[in-house]
Design a protein around this ligand. Structure first.
Ligand code: PLP
Length: 400
């Protein structure tokens, strides 16, 4: 009989995928399900980027490349980090992978021994904890309370750190809350890290371009250069440039770490797709003006969703600084009864009820490490968002 490795025992297929699959099934049965679960922009990849990929194919860029990224792409990343983040990294300190996800995986595989601990700022992208576990590590979530803007507090972080802690994983703006850290928010966290030299900082900045109003994202490594020698800045083109399918992400960190990550990649996937790398060069070096347009569209949808959710009795929603997610509290519906007589005991129950009886797919907060909440992805057409919000309002209204 099949016996899975201990490494993956207990790690299920992501609940997000399970909800997505159920939504597809309901749609096939003819139900008008609206899915607010996706972690990708609904925009298309810009034409200049597509053209660069076509040109690369024609020019024969269809072979193996340097293992962890072409010289052109590493140079484009170095220039981007200097231009936008005030970070100075040499090409030898940059690693390109098949998505930010592979970069994170490489870093964890390259650094964790069995039982090493990784502190994860919660609520967190569910993959973080599973990737830590697959690499043999122990995820240690530290929850950021809503009262603190879903940001972690320095004292909670300090208490979670042990001699076995290898990393702190931070993601700003955040999936799933959209919360982001200002320089003042970062300061106490960075001070804790300075006191614990065994802890490295993994800063996932993949949503940096999606910030709204007066908020603009900063890299914690630019704020505290003393951490540069034990930090990995993670980013990629998936979210900013609507390039989720192309699979290009990058990391910047000390050369020894980057070399160790290359060892992991060399025995798994080798180089990231050659054509996608050429496209990413164009994304980073080409015109950036469309970003502001898309940001304006996301801002509009954020406000629409946040206001609609807050208008529902029993639901609350903090206005997030960035990304394309809203993280709504549903404590006010827990314990209530649906028209068919089911009691909603958890946010999971509430999300199942929304999907099964009101044709809206959202993701329960419990899978991100904070309950009772649910995550709404608003990277969806405005008309659909309005309909979905009306359905959620109706679903709550008929509860007893
Ligand atoms: N980091 C965060 C916080 C994410 O939400 C995602 C995607 O959902 C990623 C990283 C991975 O992005 P990719 O592997 O497409 O670069």
């Amino acid at each position: 009989a099949f016996r899975p490795a201990r490494r993956i025992a207990g790690i299920g297929v992501s609940e997000i995928l399970a909800i997505g699959a159920r939504a597809v099934q309901l749609r096939r049965e003819g139900r008008p399900v609206i899915v607010l679960g996706a972690g990708e922009p609904d925009f298309d990849t810009p034409d200049n980027v597509k053209d660069a990929a076509v040109a690369a194919i024609r020019a024969g860029a269809t072979k193996y490349t340097v293992l962890d990224g072409t010289a052109e792409l590493k140079a484009a990343v170095a220039a981007k980090l200097r231009r936008e983040n005030r970070l100075d990294y040499a090409p030898t300190e940059i690693s390109i992978g098949a998505g930010a996800k592979q970069v994170i995986h490489n870093a964890l595989m390259a650094t964790l021994d069995d039982g090493d601990e990784v502190v994860i700022a919660a609520p967190y992208w569910t993959s973080y904890a599973d990737m830590v576990a697959i690499a043999g590590g122990v995820p240690v979530p530290v929850a950021g309370r809503e009262e603190n803007g879903f940001r972690i507090e320095a004292t909670a972080l300090e208490q979670a750190i042990t001699p076995r802690t290898r990393w702190l994983m931070l993601n700003s703006p955040s999936n799933p809350t959209g919360a982001a850290y200002s320089p003042a928010d970062y300061r106490p966290i960075l001070d804790v890290l300075l006191r614990h030299p065994q802890v490295w900082l993994m800063s996932d900045e993949i949503y940096e371009h999606l910030c709204y109003g007066n908020f603009s994202a900063v890299s914690p490594v630019a704020l505290e250069p003393a951490l540069r020698e034990r930090a990995l800045v993670v980013n990629g083109v998936s979210k900013s440039y609507a390039m989720t399918g192309w699979r290009i992400g990058y990391g910047a960190g000390p050369e020894a770490l980057i070399r160790a990550m290359a060892v992991v990649q060399s025995q798994s996937t080798s180089n990231p797709c050659s054509v996608s790398q050429a496209a990413a060069v164009e994304a980073l070096n080409g015109p950036q003006d469309f970003l502001a347009e898309r940001r304006a569209s996301f801002l509009h949808r954020r406000d629409l969703v946040v206001e609609a959710l807050n208008a529902i009795p029993g639901i609350t929603c903090r206005r997030p600084e960035g990304a394309f997610y809203a993280f709504a509290g549903c404590a006010g519906v827990i314990g209530r009864t649906t028209p068919t007589g089911a009691v909603l005991s958890t946010d999971m129950d509430f999300c199942r009820y929304l999907l099964e009886e009101h044709d809206v797919a959202v993701v329960p907060g419990s899978i991100f490490g904070l309950a009772p909440y649910f995550r709404v992805s608003y990277a969806t057409a405005e008309g659909e968002l309005r309909t979905a919000m009306a359905r959620i309002a109706r679903a709550v209204e008929v509860l007893r």
